[in-house]
Design a protein. Structure first.
Length: 233
């Protein structure tokens, strides 16, 4: 996926993307749970790097497990620059999967963002790390209190959505959407046009036009829009 594609997607809202994917029959693309830890008006785009937790197994989920080959620490060292880390924490509210140290390391590796349907911990430190985070909230206990980390770069579920490694993640103040790889070009092409049409609709409404026949457009609205678009070319 080229940086040029990502740059275009940074201009398309998550709301628009959900509409574009609906045209392709995809209804489960907006993750229920992850919200910006701090709303900053930014839009993050990148390929998904998936992480998976399962319910706690007390013999495996221990502080000692943090030093094992299969650990969140090891996974972070595998994350490529520009990736969006997407962690399936099953919406568990009683443990924070990542804290300030892990988020600082991710930021140092130029990971684009962390997205999870679970919690983070060390809120003040996570904010200081400057890593953009979308999560379901904050919890003080470490992940091993309620979860067992089992691997990375495999299909996961996050916020009710299926996420495959390499799917494109778009996150803004409205939340997070996943764009299947095979549909990225369609979303880019149709999404930009949709954003342009909506900007014209807002202008029409401000000029006193009524919504029926405008959004969605009838033939008259389509003709006026086409003329407006041509005048801008």
């Amino acid at each position: 996926m080229s940086e040029a594609i990502f740059e275009i997607l940074r201009k398309v809202t998550t709301a628009t993307i959900t509409t574009m994917l609906l045209k392709k029959g995809i209804r489960r693309c907006w993750m229920n749970g992850p919200k910006p830890l701090v709303a900053q008006g930014q839009r993050i785009v990148g390929p998904a790097f998936t992480l998976r937790f399962v319910p706690v197994r007390e013999d495996l989920a221990t502080p000692e497990s943090w030093s094992k080959p299969i650990s969140t620490r090891a996974a972070i060292e595998e994350m490529p620059e520009g990736a969006v880390a997407v962690a399936d924490a099953m919406g568990v509210p009683s443990a924070g999967i990542f804290g300030d140290i892990l988020c600082t390391r991710m930021r140092k590796r130029n990971v684009a963002a962390l997205v999870t349907d679970g919690m983070v911990r060390d809120r003040a430190g996570v904010l200081r790390s400057a890593l953009p985070v979308w999560c379901a909230g904050v919890a003080a206990p470490a992940s091993v209190n309620a979860l067992t980390f089992v691997g990375w770069q495999e299909p996961i579920g996050c916020g009710g959505c299926a996420i495959f490694p390499g799917d494109v993640i778009v996150a803004d103040d409205d939340g997070v959407v996943v764009v299947p790889q095979a549909m990225v070009e369609f979303v880019v092409r149709e999404g930009v046009e949709h954003e342009l049409y909506e900007s014209w609709v807002v202008n029409e409404i401000e000029n006193g036009m009524k919504l029926p026949g405008l959004y969605p457009p009838n033939d008259g609205a389509k003709a006026r829009y086409a003329a407006w678009r041509k005048s801008r070319a």
